[in-house]
Design a protein around this ligand. Structure first.
Ligand SMILES: [Zn+2]
Length: 280
């Protein structure tokens, strides 16, 4: 699933294509079903004539800020967003869920073969998004703020990092990468961390995500940038990999084979030497 770096990259790619445009209509090739909480007719009627003022990211949501409303899109597993001239086909169109018509002869399209993606529409981001933790790349995400947040948490680190109410935007890949940078085992309990380890984890979260943004996201599965090209984060992974296609991945620090375990249903990758097993 696209995580903060992938969604941020999509947002940056969409800005020059959409900001300043007016959306003139919305077309649904099939009933949207659970993709939306409002009806297709309602959305099409309300969005027509609205101007795209800016495009932002909150957690893993793409926020298209319109003159009067916000359109929020969550790509989930296989969502893709792209902009093409009217009439120009794309291989992604096979899974087209909605097309937004633009005033410049182009279309903003959302395709999603697995259909887990979500399209939300309402007066403001607060009105449509769930409760979300802080943005880890914001200046306000200081060590003190993180220390305050992790205090009183007793769960293990991997599921805690995946909890969008704890910190927003981290998913399976960047959680594993951050824990390796911090030299912390994914099954360490949050309340067992020393002050130094909390500081390392805070720094590691920011490093793994900002590296991901710098390399424009990881195209390990479905994710592509807004122009259809691949990101390069996957070429810089420290521990994360697909054991079916990449055998014998080794730790970039000590050379040990990377271990793969399941933590809360998620494949979890770590170095057994650099990230020692918790004592209890
Ligand atoms: Zn190692």
């Amino acid at each position: 699933m696209p995580e903060l770096p992938e969604v941020e990259t999509v947002v940056r790619g969409l800005r020059p294509l959409l900001i300043g445009r007016t959306i003139t209509g919305a077309i649904f090739p099939a009933p949207p079903g659970r993709m939306m909480t409002i009806s297709a007719n309602d959305l099409a009627a309300k969005i027509a004539g609205q101007h795209v003022e800016r495009i932002e990211r909150r957690a893993k949501y793409i926020l298209v800020r319109l003159s009067a409303n916000t359109l929020a899109i969550h790509l989930k597993m296989t969502g893709r967003l792209y902009v093409l001239p009217v009439g120009e086909a794309s291989e992604n169109d096979r899974y087209l869920r909605v097309t937004f018509l633009l005033d410049n002869g182009r279309e903003f399209r959302f395709s999603d073969p697995r259909r887990f993606g979500r399209v939300l529409f309402g007066p403001s981001p607060d009105a449509i998004l769930p409760a979300l933790g802080p943005e880890p790349l914001d200046d306000s995400f200081t060590l003190d703020a993180f220390r305050e947040r992790i205090k009183g948490r007793s769960g293990t680190l991997k599921p805690l990092l995946l909890n969008q109410g704890f910190v927003a935007g981290i998913g399976n890949i960047y959680a594993d990468e951050a824990l390796h940078i911090a030299k912390l085992h994914p099954l360490r309990r949050a309340d067992s961390l020393t002050e130094d380890e909390i500081a390392r984890l805070h720094e590691a979260i920011r490093q793994s995500l900002s590296d991901g943004v710098r390399y424009e996201g990881a195209s390990v599965q479905w994710y592509r940038k807004a122009d259809g090209s691949k990101g390069e984060s996957q070429e810089h992974f420290r521990v994360y990999h697909d054991p079916r296609s990449e055998k014998n991945k080794r730790c970039p620090v000590c050379g040990s084979p990377i271990a793969v375990i399941r933590v809360g249903q998620r494949g979890t990758h770590f170095c057994p030497v650099c990230q020692p097993t918790p004592l209890s």
